[in-house]
Design a protein around this ligand. Structure first.
Ligand code: HEM
Ligand SMILES: *[C@@H]1O[C@H](CO)[C@@H](O)[C@H](O)[C@H]1NC(C)=O
Length: 494
């Protein structure tokens, strides 16, 4: 009996030593960690925002917490952002490896793109991705036409609901997923299709698991990783998604004509023919990973931004109306909006940017990691430290905005009513890791918003009560579910 207690105690002490946590010299300050668990037990894992706010107030713009035994530094405010992500970009643009999200999405040890560390392979893939999206227009359709085509479907759905209320949640997710699927492999799915349902669910659920309670526990406490805890569901779903992508790839390879790309997959395979997979980062596994990254990153983000847009536009009807006046004037006599029209619509531009600011769709960006020993705001930060860029702190920073805490398009208008973009506007983050899909996302948001506002009036239902603007926290945040009432502006009646 005594012997086993001693043994147990010894084992425990050994564990404490093994997972010892301490701050290195001049490391950013923060709360005292507990061995093994770090600071996770001190945070409300369901919604850590309030606890973290307390820490930021107490310790300043650059502070640290421990995820288990791994130190992480949270960066707040424009000044610290610029020093880290822009001026010292090479030091701060890595990605942490060995977190739950890496294990969940990794395909056969390929590097992905979103989660790839700061290395030549990532740079090659990223450059290819940006170029291919920018030059899109292979096959017969331009990016703009693809988006407008999807908007027709959204309109059809709304038409069926004119006079009634509709919950737009699924609708916007389907639309965003469909747009990126057409770019990737030229398939537009029916909104009831099983494929689209699976992926939309995958992205929504896992984005909440990974940044939520179970993700934190997985990341902090390595020896629970194989236990049958809720995070296993995310692993299972990603595995199925990989099989689906392999089927898709096999199908496309059968029908492809080299040199005549129809979509992103074909472009990638053409590139692979050219460079080969020995001396480059291009490979079919890498392609599979890339498809998932773009599909994942392009769905929940865009959809949740749209959901936030309509939540606010319904509850600020004067702002909605003023957008509609500008849209009517600029598009007078035209069938469809195009992305160029934004230059004639300063007010709509201001509203759209204000929506993105207040939506704060990816509140903590994607975690970064230091690539070497470095310094930030006078603190020393060793190589391999997790960096958490707190985008919220910049998008709502006092001193950077006319009204930081209020929904107000004036944040993006000067005295002459012209559109201006303050430096602190960075919903897509900043530096070398800035969102790769920014161009596509901005085009989607503009065209969808303008086309829908031109055609419909959106009304907060009388029986819906007071709106709740507080989002649900996650890697991507989403507004709480709501319904909207739709009125056709062409008929002016319900
Ligand atoms: C409103 C919509 C969107 C928002 C708010 C958004 C925001 C972000 C943010 C904050 C990051 C992390 C940047 C960092 O680590 O510092 C990111 C990365 C990324 N986004 Fe987006 N995104 C959106 C739409 C899209 C779309 C449509 C695509 C796909 C075409 C996309 C693809 C990516 C990729 C691939 C990365 C990883 C880049 C890298 O690690 O090099 N995003 N995005
Ligand atoms: C990020 O900044 C916001 C606003 O300053 C704050 O409420 C939140 O707690 C911060 N999050 C972290 C992780 O520090």
């Amino acid at each position: 009996m005594f012997a086993s207690v001693v043994l147990l105690l010894a084992a425990f002490l050994f564990f404490l030593l093994l997972f010892q946590t301490h701050r290195t010299k001049d490391f950013p300050p923060g709360p005292q960690p507990i061995p093994i668990f770090g600071n996770v037990l001190q945070l409300n894992l369901e919604s850590p925002i309030a606890d973290l706010e307390r820490l930021a107030k107490r310790y300043g713009n650059v502070y640290s917490i421990f995820l288990g035994s791994r130190p992480a530094v949270v960066i707040n405010g424009l000044q610290a952002f610029k020093e880290a992500l822009v001026n010292k970009a090479a030091d701060f643009s890595g990605r942490p490896q060995d977190l739950m999200v890496n294990h969940a999405v990794q395909v056969k040890g390929t590097d992905q793109v979103i989660l790839a560390d700061y290395n030549p392979g990532w740079r090659q893939q990223r450059r290819f991705g940006i170029m291919t999206l920018r030059n899109f227009g292979m096959g017969k359709q331009s990016m703009e036409q693809i988006i407008l085509g999807e908007i027709h479907r959204i309109i059809q759905q709304f038409e069926q609901s004119v006079g009634n209320t509709i919950n737009p949640h699924r609708l916007f997710h389907n639309a965003a997923s469909n747009i990126i699927c057409q770019v990737l492999f030229a398939r537009q799915f029916d909104y009831e299709d099983e494929f689209i349902k699976f992926f939309v669910d995958l992205f929504q659920e896992t984005s909440k698991i990974i940044n939520g309670r179970w993700g934190m526990i997985y990341d902090s406490i390595p020896f629970v990783r194989n236990l049958p805890l809720p995070f296993q569901k995310a692993f299972k779903m990603f595995k199925i998604s990989h099989e689906r992508r392999l089927e898709l790839l096999a199908e496309n390879k059968k029908t492809r004509v080299p040199g005549k790309p129809r979509h992103f997959i074909d472009c990638y395979l053409d590139e692979l023919d050219k460079v080969g997979d020995d001396a480059s980062s291009f490979s079919e596994d890498q392609l599979c990973a890339f498809i998932l990254d773009l599909h994942f990153a392009g769905t929940d983000t865009t959809a949740n931004t749209l959901l936030t847009a309509f939540l606010y536009l319904m509850n600020y009807p004067q702002i909605q109306e003023r957008c509609q006046q500008e849209i009517d004037k600029v598009l007078d006599g035209k069938d469809e909006a195009c992305f160029e029209d934004r230059n004639q619509m300063p007010y709509v531009q201001a509203v759209l940017h204000e929506i993105q600011r207040i939506a704060n769709t990816v509140p903590l960006a994607v975690f970064h990691c230091t690539t070497k020993d470095t310094e930030l705001m006078g603190y020393s930060i060793p190589r391999g430290t997790i960096i958490i860029p707190n985008l919220t702190s910049v998008l709502y920073e006092e001193g950077q905005w006319k009204s930081p805490h209020e929904f107000n398009p004036e944040n993006f208008l000067n005295d002459q009513g012209e559109f201006v973009k303050p430096e602190a506007f960075m919903p897509f983050s900043t530096g070398p890791r800035v969102c790769l899909g920014e161009g596509l996302a901005r085009m989607e948001l503009f065209l969808i918003l303008v086309t829908l506002l031109r055609r419909f009036k959106f009304i907060w239902p009388e029986d819906a009560g007071e709106p709740d603007f507080m989002p649900i926290f996650g890697t991507t945040q989403s507004p709480k579910p709501y319904c909207m009432k739709v009125q056709d502006r062409r008929q002016g009646v319900f």
